[in-house]
Design a protein around this ligand. Structure first.
Ligand code: NAD
Length: 317
């Protein structure tokens, strides 16, 4: 298959490219480096059936004319952490709205399949727990996270409408918190924060009372679920949660990071950011039944390689 991956230089995009190349696909990666990094793709440049195009995918996809038609377009480009989309709210809205529109237009011409990377943030601060795909969510449309949450909801609505109106083979993955090597150190998400603090001998900053829960999926598990959704036959129009349903409080996570990093645990409290969801946990029944997928990597195991990555990246105490 010839696969276009937008956001290829990002955390998830680069792991996705690795997996597609390992499966024998030809891959065109597109990225403007707004949050991604050249280092994430340095290991594959020039040595495999991989082409990189530096472009903003919110702009018309003129570069596509000089590439072989895609069989599959995976739209992953978007700032993804509160720090990143807080800094680039308009670009975040654009890349999810205009980016999916360009992907659909190309798919309509070439008959390519489209997979859109959506998010558990479409559930907002959920009133249903765990979250099933049928839940419509509880999102503040004018809050500080709206540029991301509503952009993803628009992307979902656009692709779903294109499935109905144009017969596009569109599929949507709602990704829950994922972690692993190549996460950006400064993106403000809890796992990089805790790993870096632990490695640098600083206290771990815990927002709120630390009793809010999150579930954390290791990146290899997530990518496997996404690839199953992208490749599976008869999945046109499907929307599937992919994430790890095992819930941890933020305080528990702090303890586990300190234990795996083998450092004493010191925590400092901090005010909760606005619109921070109190609970998040995927119902993965659909992923299990439709894709035969479930996560395999436990939190402690995943943290070992994540901490190794951050250890190599940063000077430690
Ligand atoms: N990491 C998670 O836990 C998580 C959770 C839910 C959803 N997602 C979704 O998965 C996707 C990837 O997330 P990530 O964690 O890898 O984030 P990331 O910031 O590491 O990667 C996003 C990539 O998209 C690129 N990009 C952004 N806007 C662009 C544009 N206009 N044109 C070209 N490239 C652009 C960035 O430079 C970056 O390389 C995003 O769509 C995100 O919303 C991620």
């Amino acid at each position: 298959m010839n696969v276009f991956v937008t956001g290829a230089a990002g955390f998830l995009g680069s792991h996705l490219v690795d997996r597609l190349l390992a499966d024998g696909d030809r891959v065109v990666g597109i990225d403007n480096y707004v949050t991604g990094s050249r280092a994430n793709l340095a290991h594959i440049r020039g040595s495999q059936p991989f082409t990189f195009i530096q472009a903003d995918v919110s702009q018309p996809w003129t570069w596509a004319a000089s590439s072989e038609n895609p069989d599959l377009i995976m739209h992953f480009a978007s700032p993804a952490s509160p720090v990143d989309y807080g800094r680039e709210p308009l670009a975040t809205l654009a890349v999810n709205a205009l980016g999916i529109m360009h992907a659909v237009a190309l798919a309509d011409k070439t008959k390519a399949r489209v997979l859109f990377a959506s998010t558990s943030e479409t559930y907002g601060d959920p009133l249903e727990h765990p979250q099933r795909e049928s839940y419509w969510g509880n999102v503040n449309p004018v809050g500080v996270r709206a540029c991301y949450d509503e952009a993803k909801r628009y992307g979902e609505a656009y692709l779903t409408s294109a499935v109905r109106k144009l017969g596009i083979d569109g599929r949507i993955v709602r990704i829950f918190n994922t972690y692993g090597p190549r996460m950006q150190p400064g993106d403000g998400r809890v796992i990089p924060n805790f790993c870096l603090s632990a490695l640098q001998g600083r206290p771990l900053t815990v927002y709120g009372d630390g009793r809010q829960t999150r579930s954390f999926c290791y990146v290899d598990d997530l990518i496997d679920g996404i690839v199953r959704l992208a490749r599976g036959p008869g999945l046109q129009g499907k929307l599937v949660n992919i994430g790890n349903p095992i819930e941890f409080t933020i305080e528990e996570l702090a303890r586990i990071v300190a234990e795996v990093a083998d450092v004493p645990l010191h925590m400092v409290p901090h005010d909760l950011p606005p619109d921070d969801p109190t609970r998040r946990k995927p119902d993965i029944t659909l992923a299990r039944t439709l894709l035969g997928w479930e996560p395999n990597v436990g939190l402690r195991e995943g943290l070992v390689s994540t901490l190794d990555y951050f250890r190599e990246l940063t000077p430690v105490a």
